[in-house]
Design a protein around this ligand. Structure first.
Ligand code: AGP
Length: 351
C-alpha cells in the first residue's frame, strides 16, 4: 500500500505474516502438535489485560468457553485490582496478556493474584520483563520489538498465542485439532494476500477520512476486533470512534447516525443474514455511508465492500483485524497525523 511516507506503524503491520509464520514454526510441530507448556489440569481461566491486550482477552475467552468448555472470564487490569475477592481454586489459571510485560495496571493485578497462590501465565512480547519473570507459565509472543505506540503486530501475535493456548487445551482433552492446525498454517499467506490486495482498503480509508462520526459493528468474536479498530483510530487519528455489537447497536446507540456518519461493519458466514438485516434497517432509517469488511464473497451490503474471503473463522478474525489496522494507519496518513507519535500517549502506561 503506498502512502506519503512509510510509518513505523505501517511497517510493523506489514510484518504480521512473518510474525505468524515464525510462531507456527516455533510452536507447532511437524506432526501438528502444539508445543507450549500449560498446567495439566485447568478448572477455570481468567484473562487480565489492558488496551489492545484486553481486546485479545475479550476475543480469546468466549472461544475457550465455546471450544474447550472451560469457564473463562476476562477483565480490564485496572478494574481487576479494584475487586476485593477473586474466584480461585487450586486448578485456576490466571493469564496476563501484555506486549511490554511492564504495564502497571496488569503488573499490579498479577502481583495481587499471586498472593492467593494461584497458577499464573503470561503472554508477552518481552522476555525477561517483570511479568515474564513473575509468572509460572509463559509464552513469548515473539513479534520482535514493537516501536509503534499503536500496537499492531504484537496484538496479532498475542491473539495467535491465545489460540495456541486453546488448541493445547483441546489437544490435552484428546480432541482432533488437525483441521485447526491446517487453517493456522495457511494464515501467513492469507494475511499476505490482504496486504498485497489493499487497494480497496486504501479507498475505504479515503472515504472514512471524510467522517468524524464513525461506528464499527461486529458480533461475537468480531466485537473485540471492532473495539480494537476503534482504539487504533482513536490513537492514531484522534477520532471518537465507537464499536458496538450489531444487535446492541439497534438499542438506542443507533441514534448517533442522525449525524453525518459512517458505519464499518464486520461480516462473516455466521452473522451474514443478521448483519444484512440490521444494515438494511440502518440504511432505511438513517442512510449513513456503509463499509463492509466481509469474509463472505457474495455479501455486498456496503457502499464499499472489502473482501477478506475465507470460510474459516480463525482466519477471518485476523483478516478483519489487519484490515482495520491498515484503515486506521491510512486514515491517519490522509489526515496528516503522524501515527508514530500520537500526542500524549506513551508506549508503556505506568503509574
Ligand atoms: C495499544 O495500541 C495501546 N498503545 C495500549 O492500549 C496498550 O495496548 C495497553 O497500554 C497495554 O499495553 P501492554 O500490552 O504493553 O500491557
Amino acid at each position: 500500500m503506498e502512502s506519503k511516507q512509510t510509518s513505523i506503524m505501517q511497517k510493523e503491520i506489514f510484518e504480521e505474516p512473518v510474525v505468524v509464520k515464525n510462531l507456527i514454526e516455533k510452536h507447532i510441530t511437524q506432526e501438528g502438535k502444539i508445543d507450549i507448556e500449560l498446567p495439566e489440569k485447568i478448572s477455570n481461566i481468567v484473562i487480565v489485560a489492558s488496551g489492545s491486550s484486553y481486546n485479545c482477552a475479550a476475543l480469546a475467552c468466549p472461544l475457550i468457553i465455546e471450544y474447550a468448555q472451560i469457564p473463562c472470564d476476562y477483565e480490564y487490569s485496572s478494574e481487576f485490582v479494584l475487586q476485593k475477592k477473586h474466584f480461585v481454586t487450586s486448578d485456576s489459571l490466571y493469564i496476563f496478556v501484555s506486549q511490554s510485560g511492564e504495564t502497571s495496571d496488569t503488573l499490579n493485578a498479577l502481583k495481587m493474584i499471586k498472593e492467593e497462590g494461584v497458577k499464573t501465565m503470561c503472554i508477552t512480547n518481552a522476555k525477561n520483563s517483570t511479568m515474564w519473570n513473575l509468572c509460572d507459565y509463559k509464552i513469548l509472543s515473539d513479534a520482535g520489538e514493537e516501536k509503534s505506540i499503536a500496537s499492531t503486530k504484537a496484538l496479532t501475535a498475542q491473539i495467535f498465542c491465545s489460540m495456541l493456548v486453546l488448541l493445547k487445551i483441546l489437544q490435552n482433552q484428546g480432541e482432533d485439532i488437525s483441521g485447526y492446525i491446517n487453517t493456522m498454517r495457511r494464515l501467513p499467506s492469507y494475511l499476505e494476500r490482504i496486504i498485497m490486495g489493499s487497494e480497496n482498503i486504501k479507498h475505504a480509508a479515503q472515504t472514512v477520512s471524510q467522517y468524524e462520526n464513525i461506528s464499527i459493528l461486529g458480533n461475537k468474536n468480531y466485537y473485540p476486533i471492532a473495539k480494537e479498530g476503534a482504539l487504533k483510530m482513536k490513537e492514531t487519528c484522534y477520532l471518537n470512534v465507537m464499536a458496538y455489537p450489531f444487535g446492541e447497536f439497534m438499542h438506542g446507540h443507533v441514534a448517533v447516525l442522525n449525524q453525518k456518519s459512517i458505519v464499518i461493519a464486520i461480516i462473516d458466514e455466521e452473522n451474514a443474514s443478521f448483519a444484512q438485516r440490521n444494515l438494511e434497517k440502518i440504511r432505511k432509517n438513517y442512510n449513513p455511508k456503509i463499509i463492509c469488511i466481509t469474509s463472505v464473497q457474495d455479501v455486498k451490503a456496503g457502499d464499499e465492500n472489502i473482501f477478506i474471503k475465507t470460510k474459516r473463522k480463525m482466519k477471518a478474525i485476523f483478516g478483519a483485524l489487519l484490515t482495520l489496522q491498515l484503515i486506521a494507519c491510512t486514515v491517519a496518513n490522509i489526515l496528516d497525523k503522524n501515527p508514530d507519535s500520537p500526542k500524549g500517549l506513551t508506549k508503556v502506561v505506568k503509574d
